[in-house]
Ligand binder design. Sequence first.
Ligand SMILES: CC(C)(COP(=O)(O)OP(=O)(O)OC[C@H]1O[C@@H](n2cnc3c(N)ncnc32)[C@H](O)[C@@H]1OP(=O)(O)O)[C@@H](O)C(=O)NCCC(=O)NCCS
Length: 442
Amino acid sequence: MTDTLTMPERASKATVTDSLSVTDNRTGKTYEFPVSEGTIKATDLRKIKTSDDDFGLMTYDPAYMNTASCRSAITYIDGDKGILRYRGYPIDQLAEKASFLEVAYLLTEGELPNAAQLDKWTEDIRYHTYVHTNIIKFLEGFRYDAHPMGMLLGVVGALSTFYPDAKHIEDPANRYVQRVRLLAKLPTLAAFVFRHSRGLPYEFPRNDLDYVGNYVNMMFSIGGKHEPNKVLQRALEILLILHADHEQNCSTSAVRAVGSSHVDPFSAVSAGIAALYGPLHGGANEAVLQMLDEIGSKKNIPAFIEKVKSGEGRLMGFGHRVYKSYDPRAKLIKQTADQVFAETGMNPKLEVALELERIALEDEYFIKRKLYPNVDFYSGLIYQAMGYPTDYFTVLFAVGRLPGWLAQWEEMLMDKDQKIARPRQIFIGKDERNFVPMNKRA
Ligand SMILES: CC(C)(COP(=O)(O)OP(=O)(O)OC[C@H]1O[C@@H](n2cnc3c(N)ncnc32)[C@H](O)[C@@H]1OP(=O)(O)O)[C@@H](O)C(=O)NCCC(=O)NCCS
């Protein structure tokens, strides 16, 4: 087996004779384990014991650096070659030719829709765009300065109480309805969250508009009026497509782990939103703009880089757990940025960002560690130019990522190998000891 084979090639080449022999030097015993699809089963290692009452060998893998938690047919990434494909289709072809709803169908239903399937899909989603007006009462409970992601995860979780039927996750038709509901309602909720932050009246869905057009209208319409800009809407659609799935990232793993308890999909997706909220994941583009503000002007870049290199903070929007040559989404985003800035005028922070990128890419520290701009380096600048406030960027990421979460949730439920997620630990705490009364404690 060679390292140059892709995962699917490895799978097809795997034979029953592929195996791994391990000698346990503690006992001198040798074990043979099957190797399939470039992996061994971690549970096979449990057979390696020093005595009958030994629990068996485990692997220690914090942050799942080298552990496949599932078999998946959704998204393929080759981080070294900068490849990203949804269901086999290269991301650049989808970003150029597909609509967001086509991509959502591809991810969740498995194939690109034909014309009739796309019509039905679009119609099904259009039908469900309204949310129960009680949701507004939840939003009213949030303070004026509540973070949009905090509000979003709250109202998406709350939706599970409006649709108690969503707990029937064993019924495929029911799961389809919940997928459609989530896809239809998330832009409405996301727009309501924005209007709440601004103190603006809620703008209800307009079902004569397309998915992205309706979302943008609910965000920006004032007094029932909004002049759509087709270039900006298509740019937003491309950004949503680029974010639609990214295999087993932190938020997707959260959706899978929480969903593995067989909770309803609204609750599982709100866990994904919570994971995405963090600055190392979806919050990174917000952090990029804060960083650019902190740097201020081009002359301060060298000092900032030195600070990062000495371990004081990170260059936000740089580096990726899997992409170690370049992030293919970053390339597409840079093209989109050109189109957006041609419409909106140059964002002054872009100048600082371009210079920062240039300097970092030439610096030994970043070259050695294979740190390149990721999808978040430019997306924040684009969103800002489009009129979205900084703390709202991650909400846009969530709207884009929803099809991926739903596809991965469905795949997890259908996978016979899966059980409730339950990692092991190596216990390093105190051994048993007797309770100490208050007057004897140090
Ligand atoms: C994305 C990220 C979390 C991936 O982290 P990871 O794969 O666990 O990489 P590590 O944290 O192990 O970093 C490896 C090395 O590169 C350094 N490094 C990683 N990202 C860095 C960054 N953005 N700026 C400066 N140094 C960075 C680490 O300090 C470490 O250096 P060391 O080997 O001298 O200790 C990380 O690159 C990061 O924090 N980036 C900034 C946040 C961001 O843009 N996130 C969006 C991801 S889409």
